[in-house]
Design a protein. Structure first.
Length: 246
């Protein structure tokens, strides 16, 4: 049985609200992430804990866990293997929550390091500074893909299609910054990819950028996602990327 549930959950409420998650939804997603990334797990990269186990840990019913998992799948936070029924979090959870935790940890260590430097006598080196802090900055790596995480990874981290489309939207709409937060834009970009596919999203952006009305209305991926159908309705064949020069 996979029963090594996390000892605690750090809830970043700002991002939780942006992702439109309840506290229980957030906690269950975090449990699934922790268990699927447990190096001692018998099934690598998947959470196979029963809904009863998860429910008892959180003090909620098995039925409530089932409903929450269903909602998390609909929101693109977790995915399920239809054959085994095992669960794991998607890149949306990693990009929105896990990378934000790493960033917060970087800030914490940076402040701790600066404080230690101020209180130490000249010439004296702290073992913590020499070991944990230095090694954290030099060797802090994404456990899943061994890419070094930098202090500013917004443009280079995560899903390549999302990174490309965010830059593409800014370029086409002549925007230095998109409205909304980074996490919100990445979430709605991911949802747009599921809805329209990459070529469709590019085409919709291209159409909107050349339309006097839409070029002033589309200022984020949230607005693009919700207005995408209306914009697409002006395209005779959304599957033909050559229909319009983008």
């Amino acid at each position: 049985m996979q029963n090594k549930t996390p000892k605690y959950t750090t809830i970043i409420h700002k991002i939780r609200i942006e992702l439109k998650l309840s506290c229980n939804e957030y906690c269950i997603a975090d449990i699934i992430y922790s268990l699927s990334n447990n190096p001692d797990s018998k099934v690598k990269n998947w959470c196979y804990a029963s809904k009863d186990t998860i429910g008892k840990f959180l003090g909620i019913t098995e039925r409530a866990v089932h409903e929450i998992i269903k909602r998390l799948i609909e929101k693109g936070i977790i995915e399920k293997d239809e054959e085994t029924k095992y669960l794991k979090t998607t890149s949306l959870w990693y990009q929105s929550i896990i990378l934000e935790r790493i960033k917060m940890r970087n800030v914490h260590y940076e402040k701790s390091s600066a404080t230690m430097k101020k209180v130490q006598p000249q010439g004296e080196e702290s073992s913590a500074q020499e070991g944990e802090v230095s090694s954290y900055y030099n060797n802090n790596k994404d456990i899943n893909n061994n890419n070094i995480v930098s202090k500013d990874t917004t443009a280079s981290r995560g899903n390549e299609d999302i990174n490309f489309l965010i830059s593409f939207l800014k370029e086409k709409m002549n925007l230095n910054m998109l409205d909304g937060t980074i996490a919100e834009n990445r979430r709605y970009c991911w949802l747009a990819l599921q809805k329209f596919k990459k070529e469709g999203v590019e085409l919709i952006i291209g159409v909107a950028s050349q339309d006097k009305f839409w070029s002033n209305k589309i200022t984020s991926f949230k607005s693009l996602y919700y207005k995408g159908i209306q914009i697409a309705s002006s395209i005779k064949d959304i599957n033909n990327p050559k229909l319009i020069k983008i």
